[in-house]
Design a protein around this ligand. Structure first.
Ligand code: ARG
Length: 459
């Protein structure tokens, strides 16, 4: 029998029953639903809308139901449609008529809006913690590699010298912004919608601020139609997660390239690599590939959410029930990616020798060679041309810039002197870039300090 049966002359078609039911996926919000109902019942009792004794009885029974669910002693039913009606049905089966008073001054529309906000707030906390763990792993590794010189790339072509620490700290910056975005979303999600009713609030003298206080919400929604209509906070979180995944996906792509024999910049720990069923020599970066793959899936969830909401008239529409599977999938996959990626990253070995060798072969000090001439008075555009001519000469003669003799250099430009070798030494090139945000050791140590301070402040 349906809680909403009164107006109907026929039972619902069994296919509609299953089609309509969301318990298979919204059942995971049981804790939020019960906690919200406890706050609502408490407030109803305090405001004299139901008897205090009834409110106490409801709260006690809900508390018991919660622990029974957690102990695996209470099952849900598809016929009760969703988590809200399941809990109410169980409550009424346990305490009879008193249970039927819980839904006074409330609708499932404001109830589901509350539950999903509470659920997302709980999950955002966990995601933030995982982001901090990844940041800590980056900081730890960066500290080991402030002197590990490597080529930075543009167009995937060796460009200019940096250090491995500087390189991975770029990702730390991205992740700190991702963290900030989650905090923003958290702030806009922490607004309490209960009291909006179905859409037009209620005539009962409820105390919405009290419910907010009981649930730890700093604010209440200010328009009852908005309170039940929008899911912008769900879309916002899905966008945050898409961005976070995009960053992890780029990082994964680099790790996939770096552990190939062609690069050989890193080696993944055996525990975070996989073998091939046919090729005995293979050691594959499946973890990084899956993170890259799952990024597409999280984007898909985001697109599903934006498309689902785009033409809905106010206020509640059943379409909105579709928000849950998409956002749950995005959250679940982001969480697992963060967790596995962090361990894979923390356990990988950086091959400083290979990084240095690749850096030495790429003429990545060609800009510094030009800058050397500029510092001796030549205009940059002319110096650029001299350096380019020397690079072409090196390519023709299979040499690196530092292998050229002073006389070879002077054949192209007379300004060159013995001090050029110091100017184009890779480590000197790196450490000369001491500007704020640069790859020099002192600038990188400051970057590490920023990350460590961020970790400390958000502990
Ligand atoms: N299961 C529904 C959802 O997730 C709850 C709200 C249903 N309200 C309604 N009037 N049908 O959106």
């Amino acid at each position: 029998m349906k809680l909403w049966q009164g107006r109907f002359k026929k039972d619902v078609d069994s296919r509609v029953n299953d089609f309509n039911s969301s318990i298979s996926f919204d059942g995971r919000m049981y804790r939020q639903d019960i906690t919200g109902s406890i706050a609502h019942a408490t407030m109803l009792g305090e405001c004299g809308i139901i008897e205090k004794s009834e409110s106490d009885k409801i709260v006690a029974a809900l508390t018991e139901i919660l622990s029974d669910i957690e102990d695996g002693k209470q099952e849900f039913s598809v016929d009760a449609e969703d988590i809200h009606m399941n809990i109410e049905t169980i409550l009424t089966s346990r305490i009879g008529d008193t249970g039927k008073r819980l839904h006074t001054a409330r609708s499932r529309n404001d109830q589901v809006a509350l539950d999903i906000r509470m659920y997302l707030l709980d999950e955002i906390k966990v995601i933030k913690k995982r982001v901090l763990e990844l940041l800590a792993a980056i900081s730890d590794k960066a500290k080991l590699h402030t002197d590990t010189v490597m080529a930075g790339y543009t167009h995937l072509q060796r460009a200019q010298p940096v250090t491995f620490a500087h390189y991975i700290l770029a990702y730390a910056q991205m992740l700190m912004r991702d963290y900030d975005r989650l905090c923003d979303t958290e702030r806009r999600t922490a607004v309490m919608p209960l009291g909006s009713g179905a859409l037009a609030s209620t005539t009962y003298p409820i105390n919405r601020e009290r419910v907010a206080e009981l649930l730890g919400f700093p604010k209440v929604t200010e328009n009852s139609i908005d309170g039940v209509s929008d899911r912008d906070f769900v879309l916002e979180l899905s966008s945050d997660l898409s961005l976070l995944m995009m960053h992890m996906s780029r990082f994964s792509e680099e790790i996939i390239l770096w552990c190939s024999s062609e690069f050989g910049f890193i080696e993944l720990d055996d525990a975070f690599s996989t073998g091939s069923s046919i090729m005995p020599q293979k050691k594959n970066p499946d973890v990084a590939e899956l993170v890259r793959g799952k990024t597409g899936r999280v984007y898909g969830d985001m697109m599903a959410l934006y498309s689902m909401m785009k033409s809905l008239p106010l206020a509640y529409n059943k379409d909105m029930q579709e928000d849950k599977e998409a956002i749950f999938d995005a959250i679940d996959n982001t969480l697992i990616c963060l967790e596995v990626f962090t361990s894979m990253f923390a356990t990988m070995t950086v091959r400083a020798d290979r990084l240095r060798r690749a850096a030495a072969q790429g003429f990545i000090n060609a800009t510094d060679l030009a800058d050397y001439l500029v510092k001796k008075g030549m205009p940059f555009r002319d110096a650029y041309k001299v350096s380019g001519t020397l690079v072409a000469y090196c390519i023709d003669n299979s040499k690196t810039l530092e292998e050229l003799s002073v006389s070879e250099l002077r054949d192209v430009c007379e300004i060159f002197d013995e001090d050029v070798y110091e100017a184009i030494d890779l480590m000197n090139c790196v450490n000369g870039r001491k500007v704020r945000g640069g790859p020099a050791k002192e600038s990188v140590l400051y970057q590490i300090e920023i990350v460590d301070r961020f970790l400390e402040e958000n502990k």
